[in-house]
Design a protein around this ligand. Structure first.
Ligand SMILES: Nc1nc2c(ncn2[C@@H]2O[C@H](COP(=O)(O)OP(=O)(O)OP(=O)(O)O)[C@@H](O)[C@H]2O)c(=O)[nH]1
Ligand SMILES: [Mg+2]
Length: 407
């Protein structure tokens, strides 16, 4: 399948919360899962999917997807995930290989923080009595670890950077931008964080430690947006904690990664009819299931799907892409009459692009040559011409007309 993802979702949290279970459920990559801390050391990488209603029903055509899948009217668009080793308190100072693990976060564009909402995992990632640990503490803890890791990296050269910036008048933002690209932080976020933290750009040498921390913490929030997966909701102690977590200033998604993994594996073997994110499933081959397996599946239906609506894994991926990263789906086509590419494939591709992408930028995303030779685009819904600055909308079907008539 052709690559369609351009962003990386990082699955993070302290050890033993279910990160690898979540990752496996989302990608079906067989990552190691066990009931003790630091099961994962080397990060796992894999491809999951975000779900979006396909446009083929609306256009009354039968599609032949190429870079994505279409199941019963739902497009599944591939996205990449990285499952990172558990982070313990003091990781930023190097505890528990913390620096090395935090370093993996560099590459992630958004973070999925998996928390054990049942309160059955202590600060260090060891199993404790369910309800004994307060999962709200984990949220603050991870924010601080990531911020302090970034502070440490930036602090190293701070006095030099701030003095040079005052002397050469190039501005602190541009110096920080250079320093920060190594952390996978886009240039525009630096200025945004300086403004949001209300700091004096002309006098960086006067920034106090507290100012500096505030800037970096703001930068973390802007550059590595995060949502919380309140995992293990199949355990009774999770319910009250999930309600408390929902009051935080975060999108909190109640989840049972274990339930999703069970459903995905059963669906893969065609024992059940289930699409990731569905609120229900149907057993298709009961004769191939043991009484225990059927009981397990029924329990998932009763305890998770009917009360929570879904297992939460798919919702987390969709929220990360469509809310945190603010992406939309766009379908490029060449032939407007058949909505096909030059091989006659109908609605072959779904692209995930940032909200605000213009028709011209979209042409560049498809192919540099198409961007360079762009003349105008056509919106397949009303067959109207749109200019280079026209901002695309979610589920737009677009044909690009270029000087070389290339798709
Ligand atoms: N009850 C319940 N247990 C879960 C769930 N998700 C994961 N677990 C269990 O939690 C334990 C830890 O799961 P992992 O996926 O290995 O956790 P991790 O966060 O990757 O752990 P490290 O790699 O050590 O950081 C295992 O025993 C899983 O079976 C869930 O949704 N519900
Ligand atoms: Mg793991």
């Amino acid at each position: 399948m052709q690559r369609s993802y351009s962003r990386l979702l990082g699955v993070v949290g302290k050890p033993n919360t279910g990160k690898s279970t979540f990752f496996s459920a989302a990608t079906l990559v067989a990552a190691e899962i066990a009931n003790y801390p630091f099961t994962t050391i080397k990060p796992n990488r894999g491809v999951g999917y975000v779900r979006s209603p396909c446009v083929h029903d609306e256009f009354k055509v039968k599609d032949n997807p190429r870079n994505s899948l279409c199941l019963d009217g739902t497009r599944l668009v591939p996205v990449e995930l990285i499952d990172i080793a558990g982070i313990v308190p003091g990781a930023w100072e190097g505890r528990g290989l913390g620096n090395q693990f935090l370093d993996e976060i560099r590459r992630a564009d958004a973070l999925i923080h998996v928390v054990d909402a049942s309160g059955g995992t202590d600060c260090e990632g060891k199993t404790c009595k369910p309800g004994e640990h307060d999962p709200l503490e984990d949220v603050k803890f991870l924010e601080r670890e990531i911020t302090m890791w970034m502070v440490t990296i930036l602090k190293k050269d701070w006095s030099k950077i701030s003095r040079t910036a005052e002397a050469d008048k190039k501005g602190i933002a541009s110096h920080l931008e250079e320093r920060l690209t190594g952390l996978g932080i886009k240039r525009q976020y630096v200025g945004e964080a300086i403004r949001a933290a209300n700091l004096n750009v002309d006098k960086p040498v006067t920034w106090t430690d507290e100012d500096f921390y505030r800037f970096v913490d703001t930068l973390r929030r802007i550059s590595k947006p995060m949502l919380i997966v309140a995992n293990k909701i199949d355990l009774p102690t999770a319910k009250a904690n999930v309600e408390r977590m929902k009051k935080l200033d975060y999108t909190v998604i109640p989840c049972s990664a274990e339930a999703e993994l069970g459903l995905r594996r059963a669906a893969e073997k065609q024992l059940i009819d289930y699409k990731p994110g569905d609120g229900n499933f149907k057993i298709t081959q009961p004769e191939k299931l043991s009484a225990g397996q059927i009981k397990g599946l029924e329990a998932i239906k009763e305890k998770i799907l009917s009360t929570n609506g879904s297992t939460g894994v798919q919702e987390a991926l969709n929220t990360a892409y469509f809310k945190l990263l603010d992406m939309i789906t766009v379908y490029p086509v060449e032939d407007l009459e058949h909505l096909s590419d030059h091989n006659g494939r109908v609605l072959p591709d779904t692209y995930l692009v940032p909200k605000g992408t213009t028709a011209h930028q979209f042409a560049y995303i498809i192919h540099t040559e198409l961007g360079e030779n762009f003349i105008y685009a056509i919106d397949a819904r009303d067959k109207r011409r749109i200019g280079e600055d026209a901002i695309l909308k979610d589920r737009d079907v677009i044909s690009i007309v270029s000087a070389k008539k290339r798709a």
